[in-house]
Write a new protein. Structure first.
Ligand code: NAD
Length: 258
């Protein structure tokens, strides 16, 4: 088992990439702290893990609130005695997030608070716990949009993910000699509820698919497998990376079908 004797906290683990990662980490021997704003969904992930004989506990948390971020880390140490892996995965994509010209300030603020401040707070309160455990691995979820722009704008989301990338780099340098690795996981489009609305429109779906070399979206399990690698000691010299898992989108000028 690749995560035996490790304690992992995953935010946004009630759905999509977070849930699949929680299931996989538990299968690989980790004790998993499932955090989510949605209590029902988070509890369901825990039930799924326990049904497969894994170990998990649910902690409700809004990652954009300092008190919740602090409490979720404390809950991990209380439940399992330490924290080795912190996966700052929770994120939102607001339906009214669009061009810089018409995106409302409230949409910008909410997106920044969850997607960027949430990662900042996770690291702020999580790093002392990792240090107490002798080091560990932090995975911050950015996105392929952190490294390239799109004509179909989602300006708050894109800017928030760019911030996650810069934040990750800086933290990865500061704590490297204290045995903490920090990487930014940058998925391409993934078949999860986050993209469901966008992808339910056949024209918008096709417009996306034409830019993806394999011609399909990723499955959440394919991203979870990479999160597992970054979480495990197998990636012991991977630090500060912009870890793209995008099916080759960022390598493509035009696709074979394009
Ligand atoms: P999802 O919508 O399926 O799951 C996100 C989870 O986060 C939900 O369970 C939700 O309740 C939770 N959440 C939302 N706000 C929260 C908050 N303030 N505090 C705690 N939990 C909160 O999304 P997903 O597709 O699995 O996305 C996971 C991460 O991957 C996000 O950071 C997202 O931006 C990123 N990402 C997704 C895609 C994609 O195409 N789906 C692509 C690149 C990056």
């Amino acid at each position: 088992m690749r995560l035996l004797n490790k304690v992992a906290l995953i935010t946004g683990a009630g759905s999509g990439i977070g849930r699949e990662s929680a299931l996989l980490f538990a299968k690989e021997g980790a004790q998993v702290v499932v955090c989510d704003l949605n209590q029902e969904a988070g509890q369901e992930t825990v039930s799924m893990i326990q049904a497969a004989d894994g170990q998990a506990t649910f902690v409700p948390a809004d990652v954009s609130k300092a008190s919740d971020a602090k409490a979720m880390i404390e809950a991990a140490e209380t439940a399992y005695g330490k924290l080795n892996i912190l996966f700052n995965n929770a994120g939102i994509f607001h339906p009214a997030d669009g061009s810089v010209l018409d995106t409302e300030e409230a949409v910008w603020d909410l997106t920044m608070n969850v997607n960027l401040k949430g990662v900042f707070l996770g690291c702020k309160y999580g790093i002392p716990a990792l240090l107490r455990a002798g080091g560990g691995s932090i995975i911050n979820t950015a996105s392929f949009v952190a490294v390239m722009g799109a004509a179909t704008s989602q300006v708050a989301y894109t800017a928030s993910k760019g911030g996650v990338l810069s934040l990750t780099r800086e933290i990865s340098v500061e704590f490297a000699r204290q045995n903490i690795r920090v990487n930014a996981l940058c998925p391409g489009p993934v078949e999860t509820p986050l993209l469901a609305e966008l992808m339910s429109d056949p024209a918008r779906r096709q417009r996306r698919l034409v830019h993806i070399p394999p011609g399909r979206l990723a499955q959440a399990t394919e991203i979870a497998q990479v999160a597992l690698f970054l979480a495990s000691d197998e990636s012991s010299f991977v630090n500060g990376s912009t870890f793209l898992v995008d099916g080759g989108i960022t390598s493509a000028y035009v696709t074979a079908e394009g």
